[in-house]
Design a protein around this ligand. Structure first.
Ligand code: FES
Ligand SMILES: [Fe+2]
Length: 352
């Protein structure tokens, strides 16, 4: 973690959970960025998020009841609507007048699209001028507006968010870490030359032919091309296009705490049989994610000695950009000024 940037970036949309995990009339409690959050879905279908702490005497609201309209705390039965407004205090007698507006639970903006719920984690000391920051849209998988994913996998990594993000954009580890007969079986390195452009709150590896085709992409269609974009706080969208189809993978990284990070990977496809294939693909996706996770576990052993880490040119340039994007974003929030993307167009070369 860099000393000039806060532990977690604020005034950003973070991936919270997939739509299917939050059924109408239900609650889900989840810690994100060290904050206990209660997600709920009204009977009418709308999702909401509240701080999972009762303002009365701090019992988690998630321990209480939800009737699809209001959350009732299990300790003294205070009720809160999905905007966090207190609507009832059962202990009050008829004559007792209390302004219930004083007992507000913090509500978080949420947005649901493409089968996912995103949450806006504002900086309480420096909230954006328009709230939530309207300039920043929730990450969208291109070509799948109004559609949901056909497969997903989520995994908890025992590390600080940066190590998970850097692993996601690190091309040099692939031949060593993801060594499998179905992906790549031996580290025969080849030279890669890739063009990058700045893109909103991140950068994009320009669309190019996919040469090192894996078994999976041979199934997708002829002459595939790939484009990979990254944006803060930790969202990578890979888009593979063939003459016939499109397969997209969105990977979102959300900090749970300073030592735990959730990695969620979601698949979108125009292939009609993709959903049927997903149960077969799932073990491979899990194995792939686990390979990254295992490396993070090993890395934690060395990190205990608090070494200074190295980032070399080209192979680690994307990781350098990530740190620069983070720093610039934090500074723009601190100074209440617009974000200026520090990445400029560049060609990177490495062997992987
Ligand atoms: S602690 Fe929640 S109602 Fe008292
Ligand atoms: Fe990896």
């Amino acid at each position: 973690m860099e000393s000039s940037t806060p532990l977690f970036l604020r005034n950003l949309w973070y991936y919270a959970l997939p739509t299917q995990q939050l059924k109408p009339g239900r609650l889900v409690a989840k810690t994100l960025l060290n904050e206990p959050i209660l997600f709920g879905r009204q009977r009418t279908g709308e999702a909401f998020a509240l701080r999972d702490v009762c303002p009365h005497r701090a019992v988690p609201l998630s321990c209480g009841q939800f009737d699809g309209k209001a959350v009732e705390c299990c300790y003294h039965g205070w009720r809160f609507d999905p905007t966090g407004r207190c609507t009832a205090i059962p202990s009050l007698t008829d004559g007792q007048k209390v302004n219930l507006e004083r007992f507000q639970v913090e509500a978080y903006p949420v947005q649901e699209q493409q089968g996912n719920i995103w949450i806006y984690m504002r900086d309480r000391a420096r909230p954006p001028k328009a709230e939530p920051n309207i300039e920043m849209a929730v990450p969208t998988v291109p070509g799948f507006v109004g559609k949901s994913h056909q497969g997903m996998e989520a995994m908890s990594f025992p590390c600080y968010v940066d190590h998970a993000v850097v692993g996601l954009m690190d091309p040099a580890h692939v031949p060593f870490v993801h060594r499998s007969w179905w992906w790549r079986d031996a580290p025969e390195l080849s030279e890669e030359v890739k063009a990058f452009d700045p893109s909103p709150y991140g950068f994009t590896m320009r669309e190019h032919p996919l040469v090192n085709q894996t078994l999976f992409y041979r199934l997708v269609g002829k002459s595939p091309t790939v484009e990979i974009s990254f944006q803060l706080p930790g969202v990578r969208i890979e888009r593979v296009t063939t003459a016939q189809h499109q397969v997209c993978n969105l990977t979102a990284i959300t900090p749970i705490s300073e030592s735990e990070t959730e990695v969620t990977t979601l698949f979108y496809s125009t292939i009609p049989w993709f959903s049927a294939l997903m149960p077969l693909l799932k073990p491979f996706v899990r194995k792939f994610l686990n390979q990254d996770r295992d490396m993070v576990v090993k890395q934690q052993i060395g990190l205990r000695t608090q070494p200074k880490l190295l980032l070399i040119r080209d192979a680690d340039t994307q990781a350098r950009w990530y740190y620069r994007l983070k720093r610039e974003f934090a500074q723009s929030v601190a100074a209440s000024r617009p974000f200026v993307n520090p990445v400029s167009e560049q060609i990177l070369r490495w062997r992987s």
